[in-house]
Unconditional design. Structure first.
Length: 234
């Protein structure tokens, strides 16, 4: 029994020595590969710990709130960039509790005519073949910000505050409103109306009508009551 125990101890020591030697060889190989390999691996692990890659899990449940048929004729699109400054707490203690950011907004405005608002009585054809259409007024369909191109250019917070978490949201809301106002001031509705008239005129003439008249349904102060597209001499 004593002899068996002695052999067991010898075998145990040999196994321990073998494992230790294997570990030593690997360590030497790592050192021989250069400090950059060890440092690079450690640096990668530290970076992954300090700046972990976010994992996003979308909810698999989809809820459809509403489905509508659209008859919108989109005839004008503006791409606008606006710079918005949003701030809060900029009083005497602004250096301690203030929050200020500069937001660069890149937005799009799409306008056109909703043809679903056309009624049967808005389209008349005379015995002579003249088509008269009372056109709905052009309107803004979509005003949106491009999240890939919109960004916070600069943000400064006081020494004793982490900033207002809703400040950027408020800046985005103001930016969207300002983008739409800029398009309206530049005349997007008139452009959309003119483009819609031009498009429908070409469509009707391709169907064989040679005399087409468009009338503005709800003329505004700056709109034209009637637009006749009858070629000269007819």
């Amino acid at each position: 029994m004593t002899k068996n125990m002695a052999w067991a101890l010898v075998i145990g020591f040999l196994l321990i020595a073998g494992l230790s030697g294997w570990a030593l060889v690997n360590t030497v190989r790592g050192i021989a590969a250069g400090p950059a390999t060890l440092t690079g691996g450690l640096s990668t692990q530290v970076q992954q710990f300090l700046h972990p890659t976010p994992t996003v899990y979308p909810d698999p449940v989809t809820v459809v709130k509403e489905v509508r048929s659209l008859s919108r004729l989109e005839t004008a699109q503006y791409t606008i960039e606006k710079v918005i400054t949003a701030e809060t707490g900029q009083g005497a203690l602004g250096a301690l509790f203030g929050d200020r950011l500069i937001f660069v907004a890149h937005g799009q405005v799409i306008a056109g005519v909703d043809l679903s608002k056309l009624r049967g009585s808005d389209i008349t054809v005379s015995p002579a073949g003249q088509v008269t259409i009372i056109m709905p007024a052009a309107e803004i369909f979509v005003t949106s910000l491009d999240n890939d191109k919109s960004y916070v250019y600069d943000r400064q917070t006081g020494l004793l505050t982490k900033g207002d978490r809703n400040l950027e949201t408020q800046a985005r809301q103001v930016a969207q409103h300002e983008v739409e106002n800029a398009a309206l001031e530049d005349g997007i509705l008139k452009l959309a109306q003119d483009n819609a008239v031009s498009y429908l005129d070409r469509l009707l003439r391709s169907l064989g009508f040679t005399d087409v008249v468009f009338v503005q349904g709800t003329p505004g102060p700056a709109s034209t009551p009637a637009l006749s597209l009858t070629p000269a001499g007819q």
